[in-house]
Ligand binder design. Structure first.
Ligand SMILES: [Zn+2]
Length: 435
């Protein structure tokens, strides 16, 4: 008998069994990499490593960490996409990895990959509260790997699939809103900023925010970490009982919160994750923030082996009270989004948390002015729409200065420029448009 919320027997394995499963799978990945992928063959040889030496997960430390920049350089030098981290296949699904930092990497997934991906996607959504019965809303059929995941899900479950045309760009909020109201899904997976686009669209139509989420019992948000206060705010705003955070990337990270809501469990079919010292890639204790490094546990398509995703995150110490053996992580933000103010540095998540804890301002949309950072000041541009600015206007600057211990300037803006991944964390004055 499976425990409520568990997807299969694997969810109740002891941790040692999961480690053995991962060790076996990674050993196979390393064999494939060593024997047929030139990029890795060279790198393994450089450090004198052969897959036969891989006996436990700790042996991963013998392998070099690869950064995104190294892959991009290899692409540029080769002048073509296959750079020796992928196996050749006749028929593949092409997927784009995050291009938010300027350069895009394409990933090609062959048929065999789809079975694993389906299994992983089902498990992830089950953990997040999806159950058969209601319709499945494919809310962004063009939103990189999550579009593929939603598709596999709809085909795997005996459920009505509703495909909404668009992406998570705010202009498509009307499509998604209409679909929610017409088909009443009980489960929704959305890009976090898009929740606010839906609320804004509901208000434009004269509806209350909770009417936009009528009938939804589980809301899974991806794309940005949520603070405890933001989770409560989202629950109150949308009227949805359970708000679950998930994190994923085309390269193979997939992690989802369980019912306990303290950290995101890694989905074992996809990748093993290490959080390492961001400067040296040495091991660090659980609970400390560092670079997120993934190793794929399936041997098809492009293989990411000890790949630094460009994210910063923390690993949770100990085992989760829910009983799932899979380690828990929280991705705190992109490394490139670190805001340096004098000697200190923050992620947008830290600023968000500071606003909540210092003055109780929750769910504010904000960005940091680039020109401010250049002068050693955290110059915040806070969007007025949807928040009661009067209540915090006079206190915010001082409270944030006390909390963050850096000079702060607060500027209220009627609106902030949107990109396809939401409001960018840092904006230059010229991007503010006519101001
Ligand atoms: Zn758990």
């Amino acid at each position: 008998m499976l425990k409520e919320g568990f997807w299969d027997e694997m969810d109740s394995w002891p941790r040692a069994r999961l480690d053995r499963y991962w060790t076996r799978r990674i050993r196979r990945v390393l064999d494939v990499a060593y024997n047929s992928l030139p990029f890795y063959q060279r790198r393994f040889q450089q450090v004198g490593f052969s897959p036969s030496q891989f006996r436990s997960l700790d042996d991963l430390r013998r392998l070099p960490v690869t950064e995104r920049g190294e892959l991009l350089n290899a692409l540029k030098q080769a002048g073509r996409y296959p750079i020796g981290i992928e196996r050749g296949h006749e028929e593949v699904v092409l997927c784009v990895s995050s291009g938010t930092e300027g350069d895009v990497i394409f990933l090609s997934f062959p048929r065999q990959w789809a079975d694993m991906e389906r299994q992983a996607t089902l498990r992830a959504h089950w953990w997040a509260g999806l159950r058969p019965g209601g319709p499945i809303l494919i809310s962004a059929p063009a939103w990189h790997i999550y579009a593929l995941g939603q598709n596999l899900l709809a085909r795997a479950l005996p459920a009505q699939a509703v495909i909404v045309w668009g992406t998570y760009s705010p202009e498509f909020a009307s499509h998604v809103l209409q679909a929610i109201r017409a088909f009443s899904p009980q489960f929704l997976g959305l890009f976090l900023p898009f929740v606010f686009s839906l609320v804004a669209e509901a208000r434009r139509r004269g509806l209350g925010p909770s009417q936009a989420f009528q009938g939804v019992k589980n809301l899974m948000v991806v794309g940005a970490p949520i603070t405890p206060a933001l989770r409560r705010h989202l629950q109150e705003l949308t009227g949805v009982e359970r708000v679950v955070e998930a994190a994923g990337s085309s390269e193979g990270l997939l992690a989802v919160e369980c019912e306990v809501g303290q950290g995101l469990h890694l989905v074992p079919e996809k990748s093993v994750v290490e959080v390492l010292d961001a400067a040296t890639y040495d091991p660090i204790p659980a609970g400390q923030q560092g670079a997120v490094v993934i190793t794929n546990t399936w041997p098809w398509g492009p293989l990411y082996i000890r790949y630094a995703t460009g994210d910063l995150g923390v690993m949770y110490p100990g085992e989760c009270p829910c009983g799932r053996p899979s380690p828990r992580i929280k991705v705190m933000g992109r490394r490139s989004h670190l805001l340096r103010v004098g000697q200190r540095s923050f992620l947008p998540y830290d600023v968000q948390q500071a606003m909540e804890e210092a003055v109780g301002l929750v769910g504010a949309t904000f960005a940091v002015l680039w020109e401010g950072l250049a002068k050693g000041c955290l110059h915040l541009l806070v969007q007025e729409e949807g928040i009661d600015a009067r209540a915090v206007r006079s206190r915010l600057k001082k409270a944030l200065e006390d909390y963050l211990d850096v000079p702060v300037k607060v500027e209220w803006a009627p609106s902030l420029p949107m990109r396809w991944k939401g409001v960018p964390p840092v904006i230059r004055r010229e991007e503010m448009g006519g101001r």
